[in-house]
Design a protein around this ligand. Structure first.
Ligand SMILES: *[C@@H]1O[C@H](CO)[C@@H](O)[C@H](O)[C@H]1NC(C)=O
Ligand SMILES: *[C@@H]1O[C@H](CO)[C@@H](O)[C@H](O)[C@H]1NC(C)=O
Ligand SMILES: *[C@@H]1O[C@H](CO)[C@@H](O)[C@H](O)[C@H]1NC(C)=O
Ligand SMILES: *[C@@H]1O[C@H](CO)[C@@H](O)[C@H](O)[C@H]1NC(C)=O
Ligand SMILES: *[C@@H]1O[C@H](CO)[C@@H](O)[C@H](O)[C@H]1NC(C)=O
Length: 399
């Protein structure tokens, strides 16, 4: 069986044209477009070492306003720069492009691309070894929100000597910022503006088949027992993904992507699937996936990881996990960008989030195209006009 797969893959690797972006990491991607990059290592209070990629633009002298672009679940910094290959550093700044990271850098913003603990670039810790110590993988989005995010924001503020930073999040990158703002009041004065694409919060009505995982007690218990990582980007997985996605079997890849995020064939560049799947998935913990499964069952309540009654008493001093109170958010610079065919952020769930937020929104933009899905905020053919131009509009006004 394995040898058949290897044989088939070897054959199709001879046939398929490999896109050079498939083997480039975030730094190499930036350099190949004429930008430069810095890597910064940030330590969290619990010893995780996170890599942040900062875009340097050799054609812009002054460093502009810092902007954080925060990736989503099982993703990484590269999601903001891989969409299309032809956006080089010397495009005139006023020409909007399809890669938001590159576009913002060309416009003079100081772009920072963090990576959450456990992904391809942030498998690092002061004492734990991700390959040997299962306790390295003992984290969920609570830790992304309450440990990774403040460490990253504080670091960038200090490096750039700025009172405020602009923040653009996608998916989990939105959820975690909402959790941080509702828990640590002081960050409401720091994040300006907060642009929320595909705002994941309440998951009660999601269409994505992740919910079947959530419904399957056996699977959930298995994941809990096994612990460790979920969908890491290891070399073999990546080779396999590239070879299938670049071959005539690419429909397997597009369907997999649609299945998780909603079907939108018109917006997806099929010839680029090999690139997308060589960068995604980028790994997280099994526990994090369990936390999403719990969130599906938690109805309209957004809450911390549920360790079970005894575990909760030990961890939180109460029997049930604490709720994140989004109504406590005081930040008045929030812009929501959402899609109608987003299988993770159902319009009903999004309404629940709107009701929780007591602050007036800067913008509540719903893409008119009824097919717009979860990934389209990053990889759609029309992303430049639909999304990127709006992000720039909000940043230019409020950052
Ligand atoms: C950057 O500064 C140099 C030297 O001061 C100047 O010659 C160059 O035109 C500037 N470039 C831009 C893009 O402003
Ligand atoms: C990038 O390529 C696409 C199609 O290959 C083209 O439509 C678009 O205009 C190009 N963009 C730039 C900025 O050259
Ligand atoms: C881990 O972090 C240190 C900085 O503390 C850095 O020098 C090293 O390159 C990192 N290792 C990996 C694999 O990212
Ligand atoms: C994981 O974290 C929880 C709570 O922080 C703790 O109770 C548990 O012992 C940890 N498990 C491992 C394997 O470190
Ligand atoms: C679609 O993907 C291919 C392969 O990476 C690329 O050459 C082409 O420019 C992409 N088209 C657009 C419109 O970005």
């Amino acid at each position: 069986m394995v040898s058949t797969i290897v044989l088939v893959c070897t054959l199709c690797s001879l046939v398929a044209a490999r896109d050079p972006d498939e083997s480039r990491d975030s730094i190499e991607l930036l350099r190949s477009r004429g930008f430069d990059a810095e890597v910064h290592y940030v330590k969290t209070h619990d010893g995780y070492i996170l890599a942040i990629h900062r875009i340097l633009n050799p054609l812009v002298n002054a460093t502009g306003k810092p902007v954080i672009l925060q990736h989503g679940l099982i993703s990484s910094s590269s999601q903001f720069i891989i969409n299309s290959p032809n956006e080089s550093v010397d495009l005139p700044a006023e020409v909007m492009g399809p890669n938001i990271g590159l576009t913002l850098s060309r416009l003079g913003y100081d772009v920072w691309l963090p990576n959450v603990r456990g992904n391809t670039y942030s498998r690092n810790h002061t004492t734990l070894n991700p390959d040997k110590d299962t306790s390295f993988w003992n984290f969920t989005w609570d830790d992304h929100a309450l440990s990774d995010l403040p460490a990253v924001v504080d670091f960038i503020r200090e490096k750039t000597d700025s009172q405020t930073v602009a923040y653009v999040g996608h998916s989990q990158g939105v959820l975690t910022m909402l959790c941080l703002l509702s828990t640590r009041k002081e960050y409401n004065q720091v994040i300006k503006p907060f642009i929320a694409m595909a705002p994941v919060a309440v998951l009660k009505s999601m269409k994505s088949p992740i919910k079947y995982l959530a419904r399957n007690t056996f699977l959930v218990e298995y994941f809990k027992w096994k612990g460790g990582q979920f969908l890491p980007s290891d070399r073999y997985m990546r080779r396999l993904a590239e070879q299938v996605c670049d071959s005539r079997y690419m429909f397997v890849c597009s369907n997999l992507m649609f299945l998780l995020s909603g079907f939108d064939g018109a917006q997806l560049n099929n010839t680029r699937l090999g690139v997308y799947f060589s960068h995604l998935p980028a790994g997280t913990s099994a526990l994090n996936i369990i936390h999403y499964a719990q969130q599906y069952h938690a109805q309209n309540r957004v809450q911390m990881y549920d360790f079970g009654r005894m575990g909760n008493i030990r961890k939180y001093g109460q029997e049930s996990p604490p709720e994140y109170h989004f109504e406590r958010i005081t930040n008045r610079y929030i812009a929501l960008l959402s899609g109608l065919n987003d299988w993770l952020v159902n319009p009903t769930d999004l309404n629940k989030l709107r009701m929780k937020l007591r602050v007036p929104l800067l913008m509540d933009y719903v893409v008119e195209n009824p097919e717009w899905n979860h990934q389209d905020f990053l990889f759609a053919r029309d992303v430049t006009d639909q999304i990127n131009s709006r992000i720039v509009e909000v940043l230019d006004r409020y950052a």
